[in-house]
Design a protein around this ligand. Structure first.
Ligand SMILES: N[C@@H](CCC(=O)N[C@@H](CS)C(=O)NCC(=O)O)C(=O)O
Length: 248
């Protein structure tokens, strides 16, 4: 372990993959530490006390400084490493648009992750139960968000202009989970051609495959009917349940 920044993450996590891809694309040196979300390492009190009271990843540690929430991490990295302007904006307006996307994302598309979680992870945690209400809510939120994004991507190649930015990576990795788990039907992709074109373009980027390898493997296992080994008993997608306080 050197003097590099430390990146605490798990490759099944959408916001972790967005930050991971940014670091690879921008050539930022980092030491990678996988946090075992499957067994709830992130929920121990010592983890929360040391890194993040919410227990969530991604987390960046730079010496004594700790920051969590993926857009905050990305903006810190952009400044610290003076990365190419496309990632966090060259002008005040571009930076505002990227922030605009990140704020919109956290209460919309990100909440749609419940569709993936309750379709594929919930059974591995709590067994074979009825998750249909949560899945329905997740899909509704996902499709509602896709409607907004379809219009958005009709006016520019990427979400915040004609160059890729961190907003695209943040968004793309939500879709990558849905793609891996076949949450979005062919008919729904067909109704959103701008999103599909954008998704396919980012899929072709050199680092996308490596960053997405584990979620593709998880999707393939679940679609084949296999369970992912997990000992945690709590949600990985907190806030997407229908009844707050229930164990699922
Ligand atoms: N808004 C946060 C979301 C982070 C998040 O949802 N992390 C999930 C993984 S995708 C997590 O750590 N879940 C574990 C848990 O809640 O115990 C960000 O963008 O960084």
């Amino acid at each position: 372990m050197g003097a590099n920044i430390r990146f605490l993450h798990h490759p099944t996590s959408q916001p972790c993959r967005a930050v991971h891809q940014l670091m690879l694309e921008a050539g930022i040196p980092f030491d990678e530490e996988i946090v075992n979300l499957m067994d709830g390492e992130n929920e121990t009190q010592s983890f929360k006390d040391t890194y993040n009271p919410t227990g969530q990843v991604p987390i960046l540690v730079d010496g004594d400084f700790v920051v969590w929430e993926s857009p905050a991490i990305a903006s810190y990295l952009a400044e610290k490493f003076d990365i190419a302007d496309n990632w966090f904006g060259a002008t005040m307006q571009q930076r505002a648009l990227i922030q605009q996307y990140c704020h919109w994302h956290s209460t919309t598309l990100r909440r749609g992750a419940g569709a993936f979680f309750y379709t594929h992870f919930a059974e591995c945690i709590w067994g074979d139960r009825d998750y249909s209400k949560e899945i329905e809510k997740g899909k509704y939120t996902l499709l509602e968000s896709m409607g907004v994004m379809e219009a958005w991507l009709g006016t520019s190649k990427y979400l915040c202009g004609d160059e890729i930015s961190f907003a695209d990576l943040l968004s793309f990795h939500e879709f990558m989970s849905h793609f891996a788990g076949k949450i979005i039907t062919d008919a729904d992709w067909g109704k959103h051609p701008n999103i599909r074109k954008w998704f396919d373009a980012i899929s072709e980027r050199p680092h996308t495959k490596a960053v997405s390898e584990m979620i593709m493997a998880v999707g393939a296992m679940r679609l084949a009917g296999d369970l992912i080994p997990m000992t945690r008993k709590t949600s990985l997608a907190k806030g997407t349940e229908i009844t707050p306080g229930l164990p699922y």
